[in-house]
Ligand binder design. Structure first.
Ligand SMILES: Nc1ncnc2c1ncn2[C@@H]1O[C@H](COP(=O)(O)OP(=O)(O)OP(=O)(O)O)[C@@H](O)[C@H]1O
Ligand SMILES: [Mg+2]
Length: 525
């Protein structure tokens, strides 16, 4: 046995020599002790026999060892008796100079015992962790009892400082104004966004009463939101919309979310936390929308009213002049006078007055749209939707349900948007009027759009009122025909005039309730 061989046998580590294919060439005594196999049993077999997995030793010997010098791994092995252990294993390249063959030396350091201890320690640490967490939870439960204890007080203060820090971090970066308000309404803290939203620096507001900046009409509302006892009881948040004055004096609308921090026992307010955002644009939009609705309604009535009284006045003047002139002529003729030049002069005056009356009517006709159309390509569905939203208020106040049965992707039509809206407003107002006497729950309007043929779209309005009766259907488009106590009878006359100017026609289906409809067509662009 040479020196190297005796050393190989003598070392306490389990040493194994592998050939380049990973087969066992040699196996020392310690290896036999560790793995339970005799050298005879393992020679020529793969070392993976003892491991829990197949390591690619041919590859490791060829590709890894020459470059990395050593291969290290924690290998799990099974002894011949089936028991399991762990080794820290190193592989080194071994070149046998005598034979010029490449081989590898594996040294196994048994760490099984260490592993057992390590696992035990881990388990202990884990259970300690759980116990620790449990104890902390227990301690937290006892927290109120210990607040007098200085360590806990310090901890509490630290926590508070941290939460204050978190609060500030959030507040200082928020676009809303975050504020803390004392129970008497004075600002304790105001976030920097008050510069942008109110024009004040935080330090200008802190210590001042929040109500100082509130519109006097809204102070009661704001106070109610801030000090509401109901919110104190239910611990719920509340929102309030009010006007606040900017530094330059301008009032803006704000929406504020209010959170009350109350004493657990007495429910006294300790502090009020608020988050406020400027909603002026939103509020104004809403107001403008309402105003538009009112205006549309008033406009409709006032135009009719003005037109009717204006028309009456303008026509009655020439008419009475014509009456006077013709009566004069009659009287002249009856008295046997036949002064032809005088009669001609008077009759010419009568003709002038008649022409004047004709002009008034022509002007009215023009007003009713002919010759004034501003046609643009439009989507009829969107015009209708817009009109419906314009008088949504009328629908809600009369509890009328509106169904829109629109055909999708209708072709464009060329029309005067405003005038078509005027038509729809009249039709919808008529439908609302027609359902005045029926049960509010049964009030329904259906607006349908459809392509009638390749050149025409049709818009049909149907309501659940009594419908157009057969007796009136031929008269409804005549000016001044109305069955309503205060109706002017101009609505449908105007509608027809507008639709005809667009190249469309009106049709009415006279019928009983629900099946009666009024329809107009429009040519496709
Ligand atoms: N949806 C409808 N259902 C039943 N009858 C209707 C309907 N729409 C109109 N009518 C009848 O047609 C008439 C004429 O309607 P039109 O709109 O021209 O005038 P009006 O509504 O009476 O008055 P105004 O033009 O001032 O609104 C109405 O008075 C009513 O008798
Ligand atoms: Mg009408």
């Amino acid at each position: 046995m040479d020196y190297a061989q005796s050393l190989f046998e003598a070392i306490s580590e389990s040493a194994v020599i592998l050939d380049k294919a990973g087969r066992i060439l040699d196996w020392n005594q310690s290896a036999s002790t560790l793995f339970g196999y005799s050298k005879r049993e393992v020679l020529g077999r793969s070392i993976n026999l003892v491991y829990d997995r197949n390591y690619p030793f041919p590859k490791i010997i060829k590709e890894t060892l020459p470059f990395h010098k050593k291969w290290l791994a924690e290998t799990v092995f099974f002894r011949k008796n089936g028991t399991k252990g762990t080794c820290r294993t190193s592989a080194t390249l071994l070149t046998n100079p005598a034979q010029g063959k490449t081989a590898a030396l594996l040294i196994h350091q048994n760490i099984s015992a260490f592993k057992v201890v390590e696992n035990d320690l881990k388990a202990t640490a884990e259970s300690l962790g759980a116990n620790y967490r449990q104890s902390v939870a227990g301690l937290l439960a006892l927290y109120p009892l210990y607040t007098k204890n200085s360590t806990f007080r310090e901890q509490l203060e630290r926590d508070l400082r941290e939460s204050e820090l978190r609060f500030r971090l959030l507040a200082e970066n928020a676009t809303d104004i975050i504020a803390r308000v004392a129970a008497d309404g004075t600002y304790l803290y105001v976030s920097p966004s008050c510069r942008t939203l109110l024009g004040y620096k935080p330090e200008e507001l802190i210590g001042k009463s929040a109500f100082k900046y509130t519109h006097h009409d809204d102070v009661t509302k704001l106070k109610k939101a801030l000090f509401n006892s109901r919110h104190r009881e239910t611990k719920s948040n509340t929102t309030v919309i009010y006007r606040a004055r900017r530094k330059e004096g301008e009032y803006r609308w704000f929406e504020t979310l209010v959170r009350l921090i109350c004493d657990e026992d007495t429910r006294e307010i300790r502090e009020i936390q608020t988050a406020s955002r400027d909603v002026t644009d939103h509020v104004l939009d809403k107001k403008v929308g309402m105003r538009k609705q009112q205006l549309a309604h008033v406009f409709r009535l006032s135009t009719m009213e003005e037109m009717a009284s204006g028309m009456a006045h303008e026509i009655s003047q020439p008419l009475s002049a014509i009456i006077n002139y013709t009566r004069g002529c009659v009287r002249h003729l009856q008295s046997g006078q036949h002064d032809a030049p005088l009669l001609t002069e008077v009759m010419e005056k009568a003709v002038t007055q008649a022409e004047r009356a004709g002009e008034v009517i022509q002007r009215l006709k023009n007003f009713f749209c002919k010759g004034q159309l501003v046609k643009t390509p439009c989507k009829i569905n969107s015009i209708l939707r817009e009109t419906v939203s314009l008088i949504r208020h009328d629908f809600t106040s009369t509890k009328t349900k509106v169904d829109l049965a629109f055909e999708k992707d209708l072709p464009f039509i060329s029309a005067d948007r405003i005038q078509l809206q005027q038509v729809m407003l009249n039709l919808l107002q008529n439908a609302i009027d027609a359902m005045r006497d029926i049960n509010p729950g049964a009030r329904r309007i259906k607006i349908e759009t459809a392509t009638l043929n390749k050149d025409t779209v049709a818009i049909t309005v149907n309501d659940s009122g009594p419908g157009f009766s057969k007796e009136v259907v031929h008269k409804v488009f005549k000016p001044f025909f109305s069955t309503k106590a205060h109706g002017r009878g101009m609505g449908l006359a105007i509608c027809r005039s507008i639709i005809e100017a667009h190249g469309g026609v009106f049709t009415i289906n006279p019928n009983t309730s629900n099946n009666s409809w009024i329809r107009f067509t429009l040519p496709i662009e």
